[in-house]
Design a protein. Structure first.
Length: 262
């Protein structure tokens, strides 16, 4: 498996300044890779006692069997990972509250491209970091995959997101989460976080919920935030070029529609 080199954060220490209630049931934060997993995880960690946070691994199918204790109904924990839909994962998550984080595929192509050419990511794609390909060529690799090295957008979204739809998993869109993080003083943000935290068994928002969200969403606490990626990055634009948007629609027809992006 590829490796991700991330510095340790200080959120568990900062968690101590807030009173916490015990997590009544296990919660798993599932996501498509590069959809803002650390943002959602870090925010929710500020509402869960550190002893009930599962830190041994970012849970994925190849290591699922070694981390089934994260889903123990008798010892509830908050855990996270990229767990694709399968018979094994469905059985492992039986009785577990699951939040499923997705991102607009247009922006996902950009985020994945930035990550792959950074030194934060170490895998079989080091040759992409040498500047011998253009941003547009890299985007196309993110969309269509790289033969025997990286799956396509369609494969990743199918197995990590779409196949979970219509089950007990609750869909969370990165764009909505990010927007409400920036507008914490609005009634819409309060409603959003009330509904989100209800999955943790928190039925009444703590009076200090805004401060907790601010700490958890601090980008300096996330090693995968864009500005914290290490190494020489290819010049990646803020918006996917029109040609690549059209290629996303060709490669994964109706994907954005089924996820609620159009």
């Amino acid at each position: 498996m590829p490796t991700v080199n991330l510095p340790a954060d200080t959120l568990n220490q900062m968690n101590a300044q807030f009173s916490q209630q015990a997590l009544p049931h296990p919660v798993f934060l599932n996501s498509v890779p590069k959809c803002g997993t650390h943002l959602l995880r870090n925010i929710l960690r500020m509402f869960v006692p550190p002893a009930q946070q599962y830190h041994p691994a970012f849970i994925q199918i190849p290591i699922l069997a070694q981390h089934l204790s994260a889903f123990d109904l008798k010892q509830p924990k908050l855990s996270w990972g990229h767990l694709l839909f399968s018979d094994e994962s469905a059985m492992a998550l039986n009785g577990v509250k699951q939040l499923l984080l997705v991102r607009d595929p247009y922006d996902w192509v950009l985020a994945r491209a930035r990550f792959f050419v950074s030194d934060t990511f170490q895998g079989s794609l080091e040759h992409l970091k040498g500047g011998r390909i253009s941003p547009e060529e890299l985007f196309n690799m993110m969309i269509f995959g790289i033969y025997q090295k990286a799956p396509s957008l369609q494969e990743i979204y199918t197995h990590n997101a779409v196949a979970w739809l219509g089950t007990a998993a609750t869909l969370v869109r990165y764009e909505e989460l990010s927007r409400h993080v920036r507008q914490l003083d609005t009634p819409a943000a309060q409603q959003f976080f009330s509904e989100l935290l209800a999955h943790l068994g928190i039925t009444t928002l703590p009076s200090d919920w805004q401060e907790r969200v601010k700490i958890g969403s601090d980008r300096q606490q996330s090693g995968t935030a864009r500005e914290n990626l290490k190494g020489q990055l290819l010049a990646i634009p803020d918006e996917l070029p029109l040609a690549q948007k059209q290629l996303v629609e060709y490669a994964a027809p109706n994907l954005r529609r089924i996820l609620g992006y159009c």
